[in-house]
Design a protein around this ligand. Structure first.
Ligand SMILES: *Cc1c(COP(=O)(O)O)cnc(C)c1O
Length: 452
């Protein structure tokens, strides 16, 4: 078939039958959709054969690049055995072996892996686990959760109940359970108008007030360690995470670390919690777990929590939760291969230099007259565009500056996606030095051209 006809056919099917996530479909209809047909390394290829640099790792998932030989091979090998069998009443080699690998790389003390399919379910599992833990412990009043302003934990209702992004979450408020919100450690837009040099983590003190007042009703606090991703790549100040962990211990509440975005090397270490030597009670993993290949998630907890669920069946201490595709064999095989590549290629070691180069490149962009703030942690970057730099005044929503910049970047061969007016850069960990420089150069050009 002629390629133009093929494009028209795909476009028609898309327009007539598809509903895209987080997308105003009325605008989508008017756009010329980019149709991705292939990928390789840090690049995506459209149906016409044009290559684009994948600057956001296909929404934060790709780790070692597209079509990574070892992961491709592991999946093909697994396909020739079996693709899926249930973990209800049965087990499988990939599911069991991967669980061991996860535990051996996770922060100290985390020792039991519960699988699901995506970040939201990993969070749901964590919330329910924490809740049921206290029920079994006999502290039946501990039923509520604490979350941070600007937090994002997924789109299912439990995850939205502990979500702090008004724009996404407010419409669903009648459906949600009550939770307590503490401030976001957002130094550029500090809720208390403090200055980082002198604030001595004022927001942590405010968090303590809430925790102190309500701890008897709190099952757990949930936090994205070091970087609040979807909230705008908000990087927390040094010591904040450790401080939260201390408060959780002092007031006897569980700590759930949502490392769905930060996990698997994104911040420069395997898990963000390692930077402040924090071991949470529960950790949620997804996005990068299969190297960006297949939907898989894991909620990992401690032996202490796991043991509270043990007992004779009729005592009903079982964790009654599970998803049909839990522990999918193909996905687990991909995840095992993903760990293998980390080790063999010394991915994290090689990343250090890239993180430094990235920081240097970003410094130039921070001079731009409409770049208010640049936040970087490892290879997670947010570039906040503002109308007035001195007053930190944002653009109006309808100006869609973030989107315009990303569209301009796409014309220049780079795929990036904004969070409002925050331009996100989140390249695969495997990105080469030259590709990294192209990414920042083209992003810089796009920002300059659109804002100046
Ligand atoms: C993406 C994300 C989720 C949700 O994951 P899904 O796979 O989209 O359900 C949860 N928490 C964080 C921190 C995320 O970045």
């Amino acid at each position: 078939m002629n390629i133009q006809n093929f494009k028209s056919q795909i476009e028609k099917s898309d327009r007539d039958y598809l509903w895209h996530p987080f997308t105003q479909m009325k605008e989508w209809e008017k756009e010329d959709p980019l149709i991705i047909a292939e990928g390789r390394g840090s690049y995506l290829k459209d149906i016409f054969g044009k290559w684009y640099l994948d600057g956001v790792s296909s929404l934060w998932v790709t780790v070692h690049g597209h079509r990574k030989k070892e992961i491709d091979a592991a999946i093909k090998e697994q396909i020739d055995k079996i693709s899926h069998s249930t973990l209800l009443g049965l087990t499988s080699p990939p599911a069991a072996m991967l669980a061991e690998m996860i535990v051996k790389s996770a922060p100290k003390g985390l020792s039991r892996v519960f699988y699901s399919d995506n970040g939201s379910t990993a969070v749901e599992v964590g919330l329910k686990m924490a809740f049921q833990y206290w029920q079994h412990k006999g502290l039946k009043s501990k039923t509520k959760f604490i979350y941070l302003n600007n937090s994002y934990h997924g789109d299912t209702l439990g995850a939205v109940s502990v979500g702090g992004i008004e724009l996404f979450h407010s419409i669903f408020s009648p459906l949600l359970f009550d939770s307590y919100k503490i401030p976001s450690p957002h130094c550029y837009r500090c809720e208390f108008e403090k200055d980082l040099c002198s604030c001595r983590l004022f927001c942590l003190g405010e968090a303590e007030k809430t925790i102190k007042k309500h701890h008897n009703e709190i099952a757990a606090l949930i936090i994205e360690p070091l970087v609040q991703g979807a909230g705008g790549m908000i990087t927390s100040p040094p010591g904040y995470l450790k401080g939260i962990k201390k408060l959780c211990r002092r007031y006897r509440i569980l700590m759930i670390a949502d490392e769905v975005a930060t996990g698997f090397g994104r911040t420069g270490k395997m898990f963000a919690c390692e930077h402040e030597e924090v071991s949470p009670d529960i950790i949620c993993l997804a996005k990068g777990i299969t190297g960006g290949y297949l939907p898989l998630a894991a909620t990992v907890t401690t032996e202490k929590i796991f043991r509270v669920f043990l007992g004779r069946y009729e005592r009903l201490k079982t964790f009654f939760h599970g998803h049909t595709y839990t522990g999918n064999q193909l996905a687990c095989a991909a995840a095992i291969a993903n760990f293998g590549v980390f080790k063999r290629e010394k991915t994290l070691q090689k990343l250090k230099k890239k993180i430094n180069v990235l920081a240097r490149e970003l410094e130039k962009i921070s001079e731009f007259s409409h770049v208010g703030d640049i936040r970087q942690r490892g290879v997670m970057v947010g570039i906040e565009l503002v109308r007035d730099k001195g007053k930190k005044k944002p653009y109006h929503l309808k100006e869609k500056m973030g989107r315009k910049v990303c569209i301009r970047a796409r014309d220049k061969g780079v795929i990036i996606r904004p969070l409002g007016d925050v331009i996100v850069l989140m390249p695969p960990l495997s990105i080469s030095m030259n590709e990294l420089k192209s990414l920042t150069r083209i992003t810089a050009e796009a920002i300059k051209e659109v804002t100046e």
